[in-house]
Design a binder for this molecule. Structure first.
Ligand code: NI
Length: 138
């Protein structure tokens, strides 16, 4: 049996979508109003899914308090109420939800307290979400 534990976090941040390798016109075409020079904000909904055994001692897949600590220290403290464009991770990549999701996945993949990180999903708006999944079968 596969067992999963999922947890949601709110994350508010601003960004501007602009790629240095695209022309101004291509940037406007690719990102629309998200390319406006002053940026804009989102209330992201971050979902983390951990897969593992239900440990007999605790009856849990992962200790939620420890998981919260990891997410707070590695992700929320870094990105919440921040301008994503100024983060070192986004100096050379556009802070789209896709790239934010990949960044969060990479920050967490070796840090979950037990089990393994299965997916990171970020909802940017009611209609947009992106998901990264662990590529290894185990
Ligand atoms: Ni946006």
């Amino acid at each position: 049996m596969r067992a999963y534990f999922g947890r949601r976090y709110m994350l508010s941040a601003s960004h501007r979508l602009h790629s240095d390798v695209l022309s101004p016109e291509e940037n406007r075409r690719a990102y629309g109003k998200c390319n406006n020079p002053f940026g804009h904000g989102h209330n992201y909904l971050l979902e983390v899914l951990v897969r593992g055994e239900v440990l007999p001692e605790t009856g849990m897949v992962v200790d939620m308090v420890s998981l919260d600590k990891v997410i707070r220290s590695l992700v929320l403290n870094r990105f919440d109420h921040a301008n994503l464009n100024t983060d070192a991770l986004f100096v050379n990549q556009v802070p789209t939800t896709e790239n934010l999701c990949r960044a969060v996945f990479n920050l967490l993949v070796n840090a979950v307290p037990s089990g393994r990180l299965e997916t990171v999903r970020i909802e940017e708006t009611e209609n947009n979400f992106f998901e990264c999944a662990n590529p290894t079968e185990a």
